[in-house]
Design a protein around this ligand. Structure first.
Ligand SMILES: O=C(CO)COP(=O)(O)O
Length: 222
């Protein structure tokens, strides 16, 4: 069986972040190596290259733009994200929504560039729609639970189950992640038992005094 994926989105949390981001990446590398669970990190764009060079963990962009090389200013070119060493990318995160046409173009660019694509969604209908675009992962995250400290696994397991079924019905090759408020091994176990291939999370690791201890707990029951 393929290892579940624990994907830590560092967002733009900033306080002490330069140092903290590297501390989290080092912890992800250690805990990932010891547990055999794949722990990936999605840092800010400027940290993609240093992180992919220094740590043996998959590094993800938090976003790419649906553009091709040429005259664009202030955009994120998928080719540059790949060249910086990214293994994959989030697409359509709740805090960075895109149009359907742009999500499609981003998934296609990811496929062409061999970037793993993780399309974020907010409910089972959008999960089904995203699955039709054939990304590697659909990540269902109820927006009202993001950053709330209340885990989707416990507060709304039904949305995970419905999304897994919706995605499987459209394309069984697309794997499902879930996120929002994920904070413990128990949350991860519930998500995996409901048919997901792992979790997408942020605050419980990024804001922790001891991120390595939280990561150890997250992988403890899978
Ligand atoms: O948006 C998220 C991950 O991309 C979830 O954030 P929290 O883990 O802070 O709820």
């Amino acid at each position: 069986m393929v290892s579940p994926l624990i994907l830590v989105n560092l967002k733009t949390y900033h306080e002490g972040m330069g140092q903290n981001a590297h501390r989290i990446a080092a912890a992800a590398e250690t805990v990932g190596r010891e547990s055999g669970v794949v722990i990936g990190i999605a840092p800010v764009f400027t940290e993609i290259r240093p992180m992919s060079q220094h740590y043996a963990i998959p590094v993800y962009a938090q976003h790419i733009d649906a553009i091709t090389p040429g005259a664009h200013t202030g955009h994120i070119l998928p080719e540059e994200v790949r060249a910086a060493g990214a293994h994959g990318t989030l697409i359509n995160h709740s805090e960075r929504r895109l149009t359907l046409a742009d999500i499609d173009a981003c998934v296609q660019a990811s496929r062409r560039l061999r970037l793993e694509s993780v399309v974020c969604t907010n409910n089972d209908s959008t999960s089904a729609a995203a699955a039709a675009l054939r990304p590697d992962y659909v990540a269902i995250e109820p927006p009202e639970l993001i950053g709330s400290g209340v885990s989707v696994s416990k507060a709304d397991p039904g949305i995970i189950e419905r999304s897994v079924n919706a995605v499987r019905a459209v394309n069984p090759d697309v794997r499902v992640l879930t996120g929002a408020g994920i904070q413990s091994g128990e949350c991860v176990k519930i998500a995996v038992d409901l048919g997901t291939s792992g979790v997408l999370l942020a605050s419980s690791v990024v804001k922790a005094d001891d991120p390595e201890a939280v990561l150890r707990d997250l992988v403890s029951l899978i």
